[in-house]
Design a protein around this ligand. Structure first.
Ligand code: AMP
Length: 287
C-alpha cells in the first residue's frame, strides 16, 4: 500500500495509473475505520482496479465544533485495517492540502430540498461541507467508481446529485453498499467508540425502532409507529431529532406508508452528546 499525504503526489500517481488503463475505485472516509468502512474497501477490491481510500476529517462538514474536536482519530489502526483489507493507495492529507485557500466555500449547488430536510435541517451547512470536500476529493482522485455506505442515506443522495451537477455522471459510477451492523443491530459508526457502556447498551434501540417501523407498515399508520418510536427513544434516555418516512428514490418526506412505493425510514437521535443516525429501506423488493 502506498501512502500519500500531498495532493499533488497522489494526483500525479493516479493520473499515471489511469492512463495505463487501471480502474480507480475510491472510498472516502473520515477514519477511525471499522467493518462498515472495510465492507466498502472489500467491494472496491472485488470490482477490480486500484483501491484508493482517503482518511480526512473534513472540518467544513461539522456544524458542531465539539463534535469535530471529539471526532475519533486512529491513524495507526486505520493503516493496519487498510492494509489488511487490500487497499492499494491511502490518502491522508492535512487540512491545508485539501483547502489551500482556506475553509470558505464559494460554490453554490442547487440540491433542491435534499440538503434542507432531515440531516440538513438539524445540521445547517453540513451538506455544503460534504459537497465541498467531495468536489475536491473527486477532483484529486478522478475515480471511475465511488463507494458510499447506505448508512448515510441522505449523504448518498446529495453526492449523487453533486455528481450530476458537476457533470461527472457519465464517467463516475456510484456504488452504494449496505449498512454493516453490530450483533445487536447498532449500525457501525466511528462515533460509537465514544459511547459509554450504559449508552452502548441502549444504542441499538434506534435499530429496534427501524425494525418495528418495517414490521408495522402493513398494519399501522406511520404516525402511530412514529410516536411509539419517539416515546421509546425518549424513555430510554435519547433525545430523538427525527423519526421520518421518505420516498427511497428522491427522499420526499411522506406522512404515511404507501404499499407500492419504495420507502426509507430514517432516524437521528442523540444519546448524551453523541448523535447517531440510521435508516432502513422498508420494501427493498421494490428497489
Ligand atoms: P465516514 O468515515 O463516517 O465519513 O464514512 C465513510 C463512508 O463509510 C461513508 O460512505 C459511510 O456511509 C460509510 N459507512 C459508515 N458506516 C458504515 C456502516 N456501518 N456500513 C456501511 N458503510 C458505512
Amino acid at each position: 500500500m502506498i501512502i500519500f499525504k500531498k495532493e499533488q503526489d497522489i494526483r500525479h500517481y493516479l493520473t499515471e495509473q489511469s492512463s495505463q488503463g487501471r480502474t480507480i475505485g475510491f472510498v472516502p472516509t473520515m477514519g477511525a475505520l471499522h467493518d462498515g468502512h472495510r465492507s466498502l474497501l472489500v467491494k472496491a477490491k472485488e470490482d477490480g482496479g486500484l483501491v484508493v481510500c482517503s482518511v480526512f476529517i473534513n472540518p467544513t462538514q461539522f456544524n458542531d465544533k465539539k463534535d469535530f474536536e471529539k471526532y475519533p482519530v486512529a491513524h495507526e489502526a486505520d493503516l493496519a485495517l487498510l492494509q489488511e483489507a487490500g487497499c492499494d493507495v491511502a490518502f491522508m492529507p492535512d487540512v491545508s492540502e485539501i483547502y489551500p485557500d482556506g475553509l470558505s466555500d464559494t460554490a453554490d449547488y442547487d440540491f433542491g430540498r435534499l440538503d434542507t430536510i432531515l440531516e440538513g435541517a438539524h445540521r445547517p451547512g453540513h451538506f455544503r461541507g460534504v459537497a465541498q470536500v467531495m468536489t475536491r476529493l473527486l477532483d484529486i482522485t478522478h475515480p471511475h467508481n465511488l463507494y458510499l455506505g447506505q448508512k448515510d442515506y441522505q449523504q448518498c443522495m446529495v453526492i449523487k446529485r453533486l455528481v450530476e451537477l458537476t457533470g461527472r455522471k457519465d464517467h463516475l459510477r456510484i456504488v452504494i453498499c449496505p449498512t454493516i451492523r453490530e450483533a445487536d443491530g447498532l449500525a457501525m459508526s466511528s462515533r460509537n467508540t465514544r459511547l459509554t457502556d450504559p449508552q452502548r447498551a441502549l444504542a441499538a434501540t434506534i435499530y429496534q425502532c427501524l425494525v418495528s417501523i418495517q414490521g408495522k407498515q402493513q398494519t399501522d399508520s406511520f404516525g402511530l409507529v412514529q410516536k411509539e418510536c419517539m416515546d421509546l427513544l425518549k424513555e430510554k434516555g435519547f433525545d430523538p431529532e427525527y423519526v421520518a418516512l421518505a420516498d427511497a428514490e428522491d427522499l420526499t418526506l411522506m406522512d404515511d406508508f404507501v404499499a407500492e412505493k419504495s420507502m426509507v425510514a430514517l432516524i437521528a437521535a442523540k444519546i448524551g452528546d453523541i448523535r447517531l443516525i440510521d435508516n432502513m429501506i422498508l420494501n427493498p423488493s421494490l428497489n
